[in-house]
Design a protein. Sequence first.
Lengths: 132, 384
Amino acid sequence: MQVPRYWREIPKRYRLEAAQCKKCLNISFPEKFSCPECGSRDFKTIKLSGKGKISTHTIIRIAPEGFNDQVPYGMGIIEMDEGPRIMAQITDCDPEKLKTGDRMIYQFRRIREDGSTGVIMYAYKFVPDVGI
Amino acid sequence: MRKLAIIGIGLIKWGELWEKSIRQIAAEAISKCLEDAGTDRIDAMTIGNMSGGLFNGQEHLSSLIPDHLGRKNIPAMRIESACASGGMAVRTACLEVASGFSDYAIAVGVEKMTDISGNEATYALATAADQDYEAFHGVTFPGLYAMMAKAHMDRYGTTRDQLSSVVIKNHYNGSLNPNAQFPFKITSDQVLKSPMVSDPLRLLDCSPITDGAAAVLITTLEEAKKLKKQPVFISGIGHASDSIALSSRKDILKLEAVELSTDKALKMAGKSIRDIDFAEVHDCFSIAEIMILEALGVVAPGEGGKASSDGLTGLNGNFPVNPSGGLKSKGHPVGATGVAQICEAVTQLRGEAGERQLKNIRTGLTQNMGGSAGSSVVHILEVI
Ligand SMILES: [Zn+2]
């Protein structure tokens, strides 16, 4: 993977930057060209809190290229408290024990390394939110 | 718009075809199709193929395939919509003929998936998902469908046995199909003992990696009446897309592209789902067939699992689904699948399906989808 392809997604992957429609207030993550609810192209950038709950999940036991060293790993769709849903790995826990509705919180983690270009890729993963 | 008919079908035996190249299997299917139709005429060719580039390092199939066939000047084009590429190629061939642009259009679907390792194939297939926001994080196709299965179980109480009933039924049907990749029966115990791929989906819930090709020849209904085979009328075509990422959907159990493409095809044919006698649908995973039954409107949302285990969709059920064995048993060479579904529907409607022949049928439906149902195409076929 060439660096620009990785680099241009950084605001979303590192900081959970989402796009809020100024007209209908719908939040898209990642941003879309036009608002899927009202069609407006007038957005403001907001930062998601990184808190939410499991909407659905699985355990990946046969991984794609680049993830073989991580199996088995939890993967789920996390519904953010602000509304958008995010596909991400769920880590730092026994994935067998995860349940729909479990509270999750965002963490900044290494995703994988690209062997050919040497790019080390980072982004969000989610971990159980056990409170402060 | 001119009325459309299918006058020839061509299928080869699917499997791990180590000794054959992508160009060879495509040409074999086309040749069988022309032989079946009793004509050599091809005015245009559409080629359903998801990823010659990733699976074979070969793009430009629109030159490669006519060239190898010995028909190098045919106007050909490749059509890509992930696992729905085949169905889209049929639809595009239909548009060629319906518009009057061509009189005889052939749709060939082909995928040669075993030229790369299983790991690389998993990667190639994952390119049908959102690369930056799904595949980047390490999700696979079994993973995406596993999340749908988990949600279906949570919301509707769908059970492991209901998922298995789809697998068992499709393998039974496939055991009667000489072209199937895995033409043998499977028991509930075998499903339960197969390795977990992505919870709750086990290896035997998943369609396999397959080399295969299929072709159909389309002309006008008027022209079809001059040929030797009984023509099959294409009365409805529907096509729709949906968000590529599963996480973008408000309700991941609603297959909107499948619903919309079905509604459009039925409307065009002037029919309701109650008028359909059987269907070939995109059972890439056991849960997919259950959700498609709901999206077609055969059963209400949440009732697909129970309907499957109750036998609604068996060869002798009230609404037979996947008499061919489906993607599960027949194999899933992604770009060929949608074309092969049409081949099965035509075989059934002609009464040529042998041991798996359905009785008292006049109208069939085929449904082919890409990725996690980010695209779907439906055809309605009738005997005249
Ligand atoms: Zn809006």
